[in-house]
Design a protein around this ligand. Structure first.
Ligand code: PLP
Length: 374
């Protein structure tokens, strides 16, 4: 990063992120920094740039829409909005959608929807789970270091161990509005729960009249080889939340809910959410993912096979490796050798490349990551 950018950033931007490089250009699975160095991007904006960087179909959709209408208001029928809602209903098998501007905000919407339709106040979520940084989504996010400094938070939430159905059954009761769960815990470092976990959650929620809310913000939109990661389990939730991979980097989030669960007039709203540009970007993204989705499982297997001496775990193109304290050093070594990877929580290396990554790029990345892991 140039000296100027560093100085400006330090002087004028709040230091909430630990930054090293400045990325100035991207194409496909590659990005370039301001020194002209090229990287294979296995971070992809943290599972955002699903179609790769600047996919021509997404760029065209945004530019064409920008020439027509950038914003109107949710007071009017918004171009592309109902079309995107229809696509998300088809993809999820649920009934109606509502848009937001981020993953945290999609979860905020789900909290509100669960409260208003059940008349209950309390939630249950899982240890190591992550649902966002706004006050409501933070209340259901486990990590004490990021949640506790901001307490008291609402809604009240009880955390149980990820995978522990007995513990869940003990705390879900007639006061529980909903159970929030990630199909694979992403920020925690790609943690996969035991088989039968989601069927168990479904049954426990049904017995108590609580809603099952699946946070697919990171796992959704093809990341794991199906549109939704929960679709690997055959379980249908009451509400699904989406964001990251939905529009290739254009900010958008969504919640999609089953029949009978919807906001009535004035119960929820947003100035920008579901605007024409975001929906155009999302529709184009879905069109691209539709083409590449069948290849995602084989690409994931190729990646995992290449890294097999380091016991990778994952599904599709969402892969984690327990590295421990050396994780930041491995991340830096990979970057020095032209591959961007990310350390999630607890020393877990996380690989979440664009879904368009080629076999050749996978093999190059595998070589660099294996060498860095040693
Ligand atoms: N839910 C999950 C599972 C996430 O991984 C994230 C972000 O990492 C969020 C919610 C929050 O999304 P956003 O950063 O768009 O608010």
């Amino acid at each position: 990063m140039t000296e100027d950018s560093r100085v400006l950033d330090a002087r004028y931007y709040m230091p909430a992120f630990g930054r090293t490089m400045k990325i100035v250009r991207g194409a496909g699975s590659r990005v370039w920094d301001d020194q002209g160095r090229e990287y294979i991007d296995c971070v992809a904006g943290i599972a955002v740039c699903s179609t790769g960087h600047c996919h021509p179909a997404v760029v065209d959709a945004i530019c064409n829409q920008a020439r027509q209408l950038i914003h109107c208001s949710n007071l009017y029928y918004v171009p592309n909005q109902a079309e995107l809602a229809e696509r998300l209903v088809e993809i999820t098998g649920l009934s109606k959608a509502f848009f937001s501007n981020s993953g945290a905000e999609a979860n905020e919407g789900a909290i509100k929807l669960a409260r208003i339709r059940t008349g209950r106040k309390r939630f249950v979520a899982f240890v190591h789970g992550f649902h966002g940084r706004t006050c409501g989504s933070l209340a259901i996010t486990h990590k004490p270091a990021i949640r506790e400094p901001f307490e008291p938070l609402s809604p009240p939430c009880t955390f149980v161990d990820y995978g522990d159905l007995d513990a869940l059954a003990e705390v879900v009761d007639k006061d529980t509005a909903g159970v929030f769960v990630e199909p694979i815990q992403g920020e925690a470092g790609v943690l996969i729960p035991p088989d039968g976990f989601f069927r168990g959650i479904r049954d426990i929620c049904d017995d108590a009249g609580a809603l099952m809310i699946v946070d697919e913000v990171q796992t959704g939109m093809g990341r794991t080889g199906k549109w939704l990661a929960i679709q690997h389990t055959g379980v249908t939730p009451d509400i699904v939340t989406l964001a990251k991979g939905l529009a290739s980097g254009f900010p958008i989030g969504a919640l999609v809910a089953r029949e009978g669960l919807e906001f009535g007039r004035s119960e929820h709203g947003s100035t920008f959410a579901g605007g024409p540009l975001a929906c155009a970007a999302a529709l184009a993204t879905i069109g691209v993912i539709e083409e590449i989705l069948p290849d995602v499982p084989a690409k994931g297997e190729r990646f995992m096979k290449g890294l097999s001496t380091h016991n990778p775990r994952g599904r599709g193109l969402m892969i984690g490796i327990s590295v421990g304290e050396r994780c930041p050093e491995v991340q830096n070594t990979c970057a020095e050798n032209g591959v961007l990877v990310n350390c999630a929580a607890d020393g877990n290396l996380r690989l979440i490349p664009p879904l368009v990554i080629t076999d050749e790029e996978i093999d190059t990345a595998v070589g660099v990551i294996n060498a860095a892991l040693g």
